[in-house]
Ligand binder design. Structure first.
Ligand code: 5RP
Length: 243
């Protein structure tokens, strides 16, 4: 008898970066949830590197989305790509453990959503996942400075979190340059991720500010929702990143 909550950690041993300089992470917030498995298969086949998974609790952010059961369902469906779980929940520690057990690869959270940033990061790393902090558009990077040795990801929100399809906030480009400097000065293997309003038109400018992991929801997962259309958008993003 296998309990429904059986851990799928062995799959998420794939918590690696791969060999690409730039990672493209479609946000399934913009997926057709009635066909989620197929949508994820298609974006991965179209060339995406990572599945970005937004968890919203209707408390820390004004929206309610999906939880660890859906993460586990994607693993059970056969998804072996890294699943990048962005926790927009407060408090965070119980959710961290649930997502470790559900097969998450990377887990990021907002420093203001927990009283114990260092401990929450350790919890993620002890679970075998890559760990990161997320900074809202108007939140300073200060909390990162004291935990650089535990950071695998700094995720900059370039919209106010809660919804897909919002416009990119240009002031975040300065913060990206500051975060890139912090990472380079610390000499750590840490990705600089950005989330919100990323399009084929602005991805190069964002890359030039030092970002190397790009979440894109509505720019990729949109009508006509075909593998070919997803591939065209991801190929265009890669061509812009190569410039
Ligand atoms: O975390 C998010 C919103 O809080 C989404 O991942 C993000 O907004 C992506 O959507 P889009 O690319 O359409 O802006």
């Amino acid at each position: 008898f296998a309990p429904a909550t059986k851990s799928v950690r062995s799959v998420s041993a794939l918590n690696v970066w791969g060999d690409k300089d730039y990672l493209i992470a479609p946000s399934i917030l913009s997926a057709d949830f009635a066909r989620l498995g197929e949508e994820v298969d298609n974006v991965l086949e179209a060339g995406a590197d990572v599945v970005h998974f937004d968890v919203m609790d209707n408390h820390y952010v004004p929206n309610l989305t999906i939880g660890p059961m859906v993460c586990k369902a994607l693993r059970d469906h056969g998804v072996t790509a890294p699943i990048d779980v962005h926790l927009m929940v407060s408090p965070v520690d119980a959710a961290i453990q649930d997502f470790i057990d559900a097969g998450a690869s990377y887990i990021t959270f907002h420093p203001e959503a927990t009283n114990h940033v260092d401990r929450s990061l350790q919890l993620i790393k002890n679970g075998g996942c890559k760990a990161g902090l997320v900074f809202n558009p108007a939140t300073s990077l200060d909390a990162a400075k004291f935990v650089m040795d535990k950071l695998d990801i700094i995720l900059l929100m370039s919209v106010n979190p809660g919804f897909g399809g919002q416009a990119f906030i240009p002031a975040v480009l300065d913060k990206a340059r500051e975060a890139r400097q912090l990472i380079d000065d610390a000499g750590i293997d840490c990705r600089l991720e950005i989330d919100g309003g990323v399009k084929t038109e602005n991805i190069k400018e964002i890359k030039d500010a030092g970002v190397d992991m790009f979440v894109a929801g509505s720019a990729i997962l949109k009508e006509p929702r075909t593998l070919e259309a997803y591939k065209e958008t991801i190929d265009t993003m890669r061509a812009e990143l190569a410039k």
